[in-house]
Design a protein around this ligand. Structure first.
Ligand SMILES: C[S@@+](CC[C@H](N)C(=O)[O-])C[C@H]1O[C@@H](n2cnc3c(N)ncnc32)[C@H](O)[C@@H]1O
Length: 454
């Protein structure tokens, strides 16, 4: 069993390092976070046997993961990372979670959070201090993290009794703690699942432990899958056959939302994304979803998308159209140039009014605003623009336009104003800096790029 954790997967040795770097970002493995490779932790093997059977390629030496005990400060809060997994770059994901949680508390007047994979507990600390959560259940599967989590949380008075208790630490497998909460009818307003790889095994128990109309914050770090390199894996994890497409990191978000849509609908729930966030560190795909009672109304926003390698256009297909998928650029009834992925989420990635409220709150707190010039400010503004329902899924990279137009890559600002002048909807993409979301077809983008070159 232990050998299984330490050995790299057989095929990993056959892939040259260079091609790995070019292919797509690495998949972060559960193995890396659960134990120090030099000191496998038998307690975790016993605790999480199922987890150990998932992807277990060890991280390369250049991994940015910090396992040294270190004092950190985030948004003015001091904490220790101990030997736990901690990524400073995930601070933005934590900011977004805190903003959404705060809005939830403002509108409902209560906030109970379950931080199911808490690492050193920084997320929980922030939910308590910044979002003023009434109670946070702070859980991690690594029993060795108890002291560091407790020490970090101790900055907030623990309180006691049902009314007063602010936080509690548990060290269990996430599925087990969430199932126990469900069985005890102990429901939560927000459940945060900060997991690794394409582990979707937590979704069902999380939805069970969630209060009606609650928020589910889920993560995937599987860049190989969203890049279309492992369609069998995405089919197993999220029920979507994902193939290589130019906007693969957006597909990663859509595949994750679609996976939750599927699990939730089996259980009689419907989900809508409040925000979706891709970060290249990792990479990490995060989505905050509202879970409400009710079936998927129809197949709207849950279907198939195609990309044509010949003309560069993308299309959306419903289930009814499955047998008739072809691209208008081809005379033939069968378009060999089409790449199809799905089923996945095809609707908006964000809820415009939630993003606007998050931005207002971020400004109130001095986290965003015209004078701060922060990344969070840019991110939320771009998300707000991206959430325009007129904009289709995917994005068009200007390097692809330039290559098809046989010109140098045009300046993004110039293309935006040309598209707007011609009446097309357009926004930047928070996922890729040199890309645009637009309802303008590729052929017109090519013409505009050529005209701009003259
Ligand atoms: C990405 S880290 C969490 C980082 C933390 N949320 C933060 O923001 O810094 C994932 C954590 O999940 C824990 N973990 C992995 N598998 C688990 C499981 N099956 N049940 C509970 N915890 C698990 C690991 O010990 C690790 O601390």
């Amino acid at each position: 069993m232990i050998t299984r954790w330490v050995d790299p997967p057989k095929n990993a040795q056959r892939i040259p390092a260079m091609s790995l770097a070019l292919a797509s970002p690495k998949t972060l493995s559960p193995f890396s976070f659960l134990c120090n490779p030099n000191k496998p932790n038998p307690q975790i093997h016993n605790l999480i046997p199922k987890f150990a059977t998932l992807n277990h390629n060890p991280l390369p030496d250049s991994s940015p993961i910090d396992r040294k005990s270190e004092q950190q400060t985030e948004r003015g809060l001091k904490f220790d990372t101990g030997e736990t997994f901690f990524r400073q770059e995930s601070a933005t994901g934590r900011d977004l979670g805190v903003l959404a949680a705060t809005l939830y508390k403002k509108s409902r007047g209560r906030l109970r959070i379950l931080d199911a994979l808490c690492g050193c507990g920084i997320r929980s600390l922030r939910y308590l201090v910044e979002a003023e959560a009434d109670f946070v259940l702070v859980n991690d599967g690594n029993v060795e993290s108890r002291d560091v989590i407790t020490a970090n949380l101790s900055q907030v008075e623990r309180g006691s009794g049902e009314e007063e208790e602010r936080w509690r630490v548990t060290l269990m497998d996430a599925n087990r703690i969430m199932t126990e909460c469900y069985l005890n009818r102990d429901f939560y307003d927000l459940i945060d699942i900060d997991s690794f790889g394409s582990d979707s095994s937590f979704l069902r128990s999380a939805i069970n432990a969630l209060r009606m109309d609650g928020l589910l914050y889920v993560t995937s770090t599987d860049g190989f899958s969203s890049g279309g390199r492992r369609p069998q894996q995405t089919l197993a994890a999220y029920g979507a056959y994902v193939r290589p497409m130019p906007y693969s990191n957006e597909l990663g978000l859509r595949m994750l939302i679609g996976g939750v849509v599927r699990v939730a609908s089996v259980m009689g729930y419907r989900v809508t994304p409040l925000f979706s966030y891709y970060s290249y560190h990792g990479p990490v795909f995060r989505v905050m979803l509202r879970v409400i009672r009710g079936k998927l109304p129809d197949s709207r926003h849950y279907g198939f998308i195609s990309y044509c390698r010949d003309c560069g256009n993308s299309q959306e297909f419903s289930w009814e159209e499955l047998g008739r998928i072809c691209c208008p650029c081809s005379d033939s009834k069968v378009s060999m140039s089409l790449v199809v992925s799905g089923p996945l989420w095809t609707g908006p990635l964000h809820d415009t009014s939630y993003i606007t409220d998050m931005l207002t709150l971020a400004k109130e707190w001095g986290w965003a605003g015209s004078d701060t010039g922060t990344d969070l400010d840019k991110l939320l503004n771009t998300m707000a623009a991206e959430s325009d329902p007129i904009l289709p899924f995917g994005f068009i990279n200007l390097d692809e336009v330039a290559s098809r137009a046989k010109v140098n890559s045009p300046a993004l600002k110039a293309v935006v104003s040309a598209l707007q002048k011609e009446g097309y909807a357009v926004s930047r993409s928070h996922i890729e800096s040199n890309a645009l979301k637009t309802n303008c077809p590729m052929s017109e983008c090519i013409r505009i790029a050529q005209e701009l070159q003259q």
